[in-house]
Ligand binder design. Sequence first.
Ligand code: GLY
Length: 370
Amino acid sequence: MRTLAVVGGGVIGSAVAWGAAAAGWEVTIFDPSPGSGASWVAGGMLAPLSEGWPGESAPLEFGAASLARWPEFGARLAAVTGVPVFVADQTLTVASDAADAADLRTIADFGGEYGHRLELLDRSGVRAAEPGLARTVRAGLLAATEPAVDNRLVLDALRQGCEQQGVHMMVQAVDNLDDLEFDRIVLATGAAAARLWPGLPVRPLKGEILRLRHRPGAPPPPRRVIRARVHGRPIYLVPRADGIVVGATQYEAGFDTAVTVAGVRDLIADAEAVLPAIGEYELAEAGAGSRPATPDNLPLIGRLSEHVIVAAGHGRNGVLGIPLTVDAVLALLSDDILPEAKAADPQRFSTQHAHPDAGTHAASPAGGNR
Ligand code: GLY
């Protein structure tokens, strides 16, 4: 049996391990703290359109191809645990002023060009859809095909799926890929991937996020994912079985994952401006994570050397990108290329887009020493 090391036990690494084990590989995951990091703090939105913007057609197409795989993938996860992972079926982006309403029309036109169904709602349409939203909301954009999952249920299902498939778990860090004696290695350490492959154009992009628990007597969570811009800051509210996830700040801070007072203050104030009832919820958790960002908002999925494949750099859309990434990596393990993931080949940076901190491999992310 051929052996595979997966370095990184977040959603991407675990899903790749699960899929590869099912395909006949003997798989070992290496992670000092499996299922923590960005996978744990994430919101779980599957929203390539609502996260998209004109000019960024490649991330939209990648995200849409992965979203198309989610119904089947989500059903397989639910079959492992018996617990459905979906928490919302749709996304509603709302506007409180004329500029934001104009942005909604821009996004609607952009999505329409790619054949996606987006519906503009007026004030009464928004109120009918989500009665708990603030009266200041004047327009909305309904993405009827953009759902959300509970990322922690996804992690749990992946952990159990890996166990069922006989994946070995090594709760330890890897300092050097050369130490791993396996037929193939998948590098899936998210924002930290460049530590093991210097020059890989991926960097941490900090995000703070809150988990609010519903209290008896408080109005229920929204039925859909709600997105908005408040004082120029994007905010989202993702329903959960027991409350709402409120996210997220976004700024460059290296690998810092401390939760700041200012971050929590802004998230609460902005969320309350959209959904006034959140003041009645319990503030259950405040967390922060490092999104694995790339210069062009597409992930890095491809061969770095004969033995090493990277699956990292999913930015704001790691949970969305799981099923397509698994299929792409399984194809690479069979010396094949999945057409829908071709744009994510790390070789696209081989000449002009090396990371500023790049080390000896800066000229070519695929030019490593293995
Ligand atoms: N996917 C939303 C975020 O990264 O905050």
